[in-house]
Every structure is written in structure tokens, then in C-alpha cells.
Design a binder for this molecule. Structure first.
Ligand code: PLP
Length: 388
């Protein structure tokens, strides 16, 4: 049975063009990019060409790109690194719907005695810029608000939030892990100081990412070792991974206008079809300000995990939220922050479409999922409540 993969927000398959670009650096050009001999120089050349490429595609200068092991490390470095550079500032602002890479970094800072303000979101998952204005303090070290949410796809008003923070002289970080390669991301236009990227979300390899650090931003390394990456990230660079990330980003940016339109079309057919065929549903996330490939819906009186497993048995891979909260019994912190009651939060599914998906895949899901939900509802102890 072929798998219909609709979980591209968790991770994406690596493209063959990306593997082709990486191959020389996994074989002949294996040198350490810090070595001065010819193999080292070849690796260094691959590394710096990739840095230039990633910088150009994000609207940055090459010297502003720090390569890391992925989105989690980039988020840690951005927040902890800026806090470490200005130890007198003891306050951090983030939002209630961040990925755990940000939330747990802030929790760690709270354990060390810093104050953390969690900005609330509205029912669509949007942060209100006025809330940020009110939360800023003279001792605020950094503000971190994600560009697009990984569970519901809501796109935050980053340009406005960044301007408010910068007007107050506070560095602004955005986790753009779910946005890069999906929607246009230009650090200059956004006006952010720090921006996190992860390659495996846009058909690149796992275990590699980047952090944009605007020139002049006060930041310290949080990892101790050699003087790699401008002294901000010690450790021999993962040259094959970095080359793969640059190639993946190049392809994603080239194809973005066409692919975003195609995926939005497929997503809308899926959304509309489920709304028509399944009574008692709810759309999670902003109806318009949302990533084009993502759909998160709640189906009343059904368990998300049961729907997921039933779809899996039919060859369809989706998720109940973020890959990190799948497998726990806690309702999603994102849906909770949006005011979705726990019993409804438990009945939600996230579909995230990608390059491999076709109209036939959407038709297949529209054929299979409504009867699954009907069957599960009949088995549900709450089913009598759904009759009307
Ligand atoms: N930030 C967001 C919004 C994510 O969705 C993810 C991954 O799911 C991460 C950070 C972590 O990225 P990585 O898997 O590269 O560590």
C-alpha cells in the first residue's frame, strides 16, 4: 500500500537534487573546512558558497549567517546568546504558542531567575502588537515570536512586532522554521534581528539549520570550543548538510510562487470537502493569514489519535499537532492558548501538504476520513450528544 504523506510540517523527504549536491562533500571533498590543505579548501569553498546562497535567499549578508544543527539549536542560540550578552537584562518576551525549542529555552531562563512574559493569542492564534507594547520593560533582553505556527499555520504580524521591539531597543528573534521555503522570508523586509531556519522542513537534510544574526546584534556563543562560525557556534561544520540546505532552499525559493498556489488549491479542496462531509467540525488557525499547505481541523467527539491510527492503517500519514506533542495525553498548548477546550483540542488533525501530494491524494482522504469519523463517533461515549 503506498503511503500518502501529509505530514510535511513534521519533516519532508530529501530531494534527489539535494542529495546530488551533497554527494561530492560526502565522498571526495570530505575535508575539514578549517584545514588549510587542498581537501580542506574544497570543503571551505562549499561551505562559503552555501553561506552566500542562504544569505542571498534570505536577504542577508553572508557574514550574518551562522550554521547550526537545526531549528532547535538556532532558537537556543538566539535567545540564550542574546541574554548572555547583556546579563543585566532579566526579562524575556515570547508567545504562548511557540515551539518547545523556544518555550523550553525560556523555561530554562526562568529557572535561572529571569522573568518570562508569554504573550497571549486570539482565537485564530494571532499575537496582538499592543500586547507586546504593554509587555516591554527597560530590562527586556529579547523578544521571540514565531513567524508561522507549526500546528495551525497562523502567520504572525512579524514586521509590526519587530518594529515595536526595535523601537524600544530590544532585539527581535523569529522562529521561521515553518515559513522558510513556504512563504517569502526576507530579513530586511521583516526587520528582525535574528531568524531561525531548519533544512529538513524544506526538503533538505535533517540535523542542519541556520541562524540569521543581524550585523551589530549583541550575542554570545552558548557552546564552548573552536572559533567556527564567527565564534558563535563551535564545532566542525557539517559541510554536506549545509550544502544540501543551500540547494534545498534555492529550489524551494525558485518553485515557491507556483508550488504555494498549487498547495493552497489542494488544501482548500481538502478543507472544503471535509467541511461539507463531516458535521460538527471547527477550523483551527487563521482562515486567511495561514501557511498555504497547512490545514488543522477539530472533529467534535472523536479522538485525534484514533483518527490518525485509522488513517495510518489506510496508508495516510497525518499528525494530531506538532510531532513533539504527538504521543502525549496533554492537549496541544497551541490550541489551548487559542481558547479551544481540551475535549475539542483532543479531536484535531493536522494535514500538511507538500511536493509529493496530488489531487488524487486529497480525493482519497476525502473518501476515507468521513466514514472513519462516523464510525469513531458511533463508538464514542459522547455520541448521543452529537445527534443534533
Ligand atoms: N521551530 C519550529 C516552529 C518547528 O516546527 C520545529 C520542528 O518541528 C523546530 C523549531 C525544531 O527544528 P529542528 O527539528 O530542526 O530542531
Amino acid at each position: 500500500m503506498p503511503t500518502i504523506y501529509m505530514d510535511h510540517s513534521a519533516t519532508t523527504p530529501m530531494r534527489t537534487e539535494v542529495l546530488d549536491a551533497m554527494m561530492p562533500f560526502l565522498t571526495d571533498d570530505f575535508g575539514n573546512a578549517s584545514s588549510v590543505h587542498a581537501p580542506g579548501r574544497r570543503a571551505h569553498d562549499g561551505l562559503e558558497k552555501s553561506r552566500n546562497m542562504v544569505a542571498r535567499l534570505l536577504g542577508a549578508d553572508a557574514g550574518e549567517i551562522v550554521f547550526t544543527s537545526g531549528g532547535t539549536e538556532s532558537d537556543n542560540l538566539a535567545i540564550e546568546g542574546v541574554v548572555a550578552a547583556d546579563p543585566g537584562k532579566r526579562h524575556v518576551i515570547t508567545s504562548a504558542i511557540e515551539h518547545h525549542a523556544v518555550l523550553n529555552t525560556c523555561a530554562e531562563l526562568a529557572k535561572r531567575g529571569l522573568d518570562v512574559t508569554y504573550l497571549p493569542v486570539d482565537t485564530h492564534g494571532l499575537v496582538d502588537p499592543d500586547e507586546l507594547r504593554r509587555a516591554l520593560r527597560p530590562d527586556t533582553a529579547v523578544v521571540s515570536v514565531m513567524m508561522a505556527n507549526n500546528e495551525v499555520g497562523t502567520i504572525e504580524p512579524i514586521r509590526e512586532l519587530a518594529r515595536i521591539a526595535r523601537d524600544a531597543g530590544v532585539p527581535f528573534h523569529t522562529d521561521a522554521v515553518q515559513s522558510v521555503g513556504k512563504v517569502p522570508v526576507d530579513v530586511g523586509e521583516l526587520g528582525v534581528d535574528l531568524l531561525s531556519v531548519s533544512a529538513h522542513k524544506f526538503y533538505g537534510p535533517k540535523g542542519v539549520g541556520g541562524l540569521y544574526v543581524r550585523a551589530g546584534t549583541r550575542i554570545r556563543s552558548i557552546q564552548h570550543g573552536g572559533h567556527h562560525e564567527g565564534g558563535l557556534r563551535a564545532g566542525t561544520e557539517n559541510v554536506p548538510g549545509i550544502v544540501g540546505m543551500a540547494r534545498a532552499l534555492e529550489l524551494a525559493c525558485e518553485e515557491m510562487p507556483r508550488e504555494a498556489k498549487r498547495l493552497r488549491g489542494l488544501r482548500d479542496v481538502l478543507e472544503q470537502g471535509l467541511m461539507e462531509r463531516v458535521p460538527d467540525h471547527r477550523l483551527n488557525g487563521h482562515p486567511v493569514k495561514r501557511l498555504p499547505h497547512l490545514l488543522n481541523m477539530t472533529f467534535v467527539n472523536v479522538e485525534g489519535e484514533s483518527m490518525l491510527l485509522s488513517l495510518d492503517a489506510m496508508g495516510v500519514a497525518v499528525s494530531t499537532g506538532s510531532a513533539c506533542t504527538s504521543g502525549t495525553l496533554e492537549p496541544s498548548h497551541v490550541l489551548s492558548a487559542m481558547g479551544v477546550p481540551p475535549e475539542l483540542a483532543h479531536g484535531s488533525l493536522r494535514f500538511s501538504l507538500g511536493l509529493v501530494n496530488t489531487a488524487d491524494d486529497v480525493e482519497y482522504v476525502l473518501e476515507k476520513l468521513p466514514p472513519i469519523i462516523e464510525r469513531l463517533r458511533q463508538m464514542s461515549p459522547f455520541s448521543t450528544q452529537t445527534a443534533q
